[in-house]
Design a protein around this ligand. Structure first.
Ligand code: BGC
Length: 255
């Protein structure tokens, strides 16, 4: 197992892509702190699933839009498992609002949950990794929309565009500590964030038609990329984003 003796934190870890990331890292032997905000029962169930894989996970309720709560995640990892090797900044929300109708509250929520959390998650995890002196991996879950406009989802695009530059800049700044910072940019994934699209056959057909591979990703297909990036074969990737989007960004078929 490639992540034996490694400790990971996954924000937004008890559902969607985050849940699959927890399982993919644990399957490789990593011990995992599962950050969650809602649904402690889902977190308990996931802890048991991880135990079934022969590893260990602990849930920690934290609002990642608050720096003190991010610190709580790091402290939990250090107190429970002794260290932090892998930080996955995954938590994300979207409002599906345009530049004309986004309220201040919606703007703050999306930017705080998606971007502020990734910024301070990177900062706090990097400080711990520097203290340990053995490098580390920071993986930011971004989106094709770090680059590609999605009309009607403006605050989300801003937040992911910010993560793009966070990944690049922090990757350069932290390289001398052997802390690798990489973004993973999914296209459309079958998770709760896309429930409304999946329930609308016309919208779903349009979305599938815009993806060269002709379908949404399953969350495991994104998690497998994260497990690779966290592992021993990904030693020369930093300050960049890997897109796992079924070819969506290169397609000339618009959404
Ligand atoms: C968004 C989804 C969207 C997908 C493809 C994701 O980042 O969260 O709402 O369907 O990108 O455009």
């Amino acid at each position: 197992m490639s992540l034996e003796n490694k400790v990971a934190i996954v924000t937004g870890g008890n559902s969607g892509i985050g849940k699959s990331i927890v399982l993919a890292l644990a399957a490789q032997g990593a011990k995992v702190v599962i950050d969650y905000l809602f649904d402690p029962d889902a977190t308990d169930a996931l802890e048991k699933e991880v135990a079934g894989l022969g590893s260990q996970a602990v849930g920690c309720q934290a609002d990642v839009s608050k720096v003190d709560d991010l610190q709580k995640l790091i402290d939990t990892a250090v107190q429970t498992f002794g260290r932090v090797d892998i930080m996955v900044n995954n938590a994300g929300v979207e409002t599906r609002t345009s530049v004309l109708d986004t309220t201040e509250g919606q703007y703050d929520k999306v930017l705080d949950v998606n971007l502020k959390s990734a910024f301070f998650g990177t900062q706090i995890a990097a400080k711990q990794m520097i203290k340990q002196g053995e490098g580390g991996r920071i993986i930011n879950i971004t989106s094709v929309h770090e680059d590609w406009p999605m009309p009607g989802n403006t605050p989300y695009c801003l937040s992911k565009g910010g993560i793009r530059m966070l990944t690049r800049t922090a990757g350069v700044e932290l390289a001398s500590h052997n802390i690798l910072v990489v973004g993973v940019g999914p296209g459309a994934v079958a998770t709760p964030i896309n429930t409304s699209t999946m329930k609308d056959p016309a919208l779903l057909a349009k979305l599938d038609g815009a993806i060269p591979l002709g379908r949404m990703a399953q969350p495991e297909e994104i998690a497998n990329v994260v497990a690779f990036l966290a592992g021993p074969n990904a030693t020369y990737l930093t300050a960049t984003t890997i897109f796992a989007d079924g070819g969506m960004m290169q397609s000339s078929v618009g959404l």
